[in-house]
Design a protein around this ligand. Structure first.
Ligand code: CA
Length: 223
């Protein structure tokens, strides 16, 4: 899952970014309205959700929200707002945001709202099972043949992406777009390193790997 945060207050942006990275999200941050507008519109298909500050220097959150909605009606948008009148909240939702959260907010509350929006987008699937592996997004747990497995954040995110697309080949470029953030240097071999780590942790000795390599294309977990 990949998130774009558009927020000019560095302390809030960092706090949300760090929390989401710990949950396995890939996170891009834009620190002003212009950069946020550019990132959002250039990479719209790569983001699963956008967190958008209302009051931004240059281009306002409202303008960005409208521009995003012209391009994509479905990507979830949550406003981060210091405004606290009901009128403003209603106006924010009318411009096409799905939800809003008032500052100051707790990370847990923000995460819960993000999960709700992503869940409705993904047809309420919070647990994925394939090839003897079970991954629970909300509990952040993984088991392989009923054995509990500890994964790093990126390993978890990569496995989640493969399981969400189980039965289909996941192209390397799409994996990079969805699991790594904008600072990824496009060294494809990094993906192989993570796939190998997942195999070491998930596979049963002597049995075929749960992750299939599709030569020259990507990887797949059979459904
Ligand atoms: Ca602001």
């Amino acid at each position: 899952m990949r998130v774009l945060i558009i927020e000019d207050e560095a302390s809030i942006a960092n706090f949300v970014r760090d929390g989401l990275q710990e949950e396995g999200f890939a996170v891009d941050v834009a620190a002003n309205g212009k950069e946020g507008m550019q990132l959002a519109l250039m990479n719209l298909h790569e983001y699963d959700i956008i967190l958008l500050d209302w009051m931004l220097p240059g281009v306002s959150g409202i303008e960005i929200c409208r521009a995003i909605r012209q391009e994509n009606r479905f990507i979830p948008i949550i406003f981060l707002t210091a405004k606290d009148t009901v009128d403003d909240a209603v106006f924010g939702l009318q411009t096409g945001a799905n939800d809003y959260i008032r500052k100051p907010f707790s990370f847990e509350e923000l995460l819960a709202r993000i999960r709700v929006l992503l869940r409705s987008k993904e047809n309420e699937i919070v647990e994925f099972t394939a090839a003897g592996i079970t991954l629970n997004v909300e509990k952040h747990t993984v088991t392989s043949h009923a054995r509990s497995v500890e994964l790093t954040q990126k390993e978890f995110a990569l496995l989640e992406y493969l399981l969400r697309n189980k039965g289909s080949v996941c192209r390397r470029t799409r994996i990079i777009e969805k699991v790594w953030d904008i600072h990824f240097d496009y060294d494809n071999s990094v993906i192989d390193v993570y796939i190998n780590a997942l195999r070491r942790k998930l596979d049963t000795p002597g049995a075929p790997s749960v992750i299939t390599t599709v030569r020259g294309v990507g990887y797949k977990i059979d459904g």
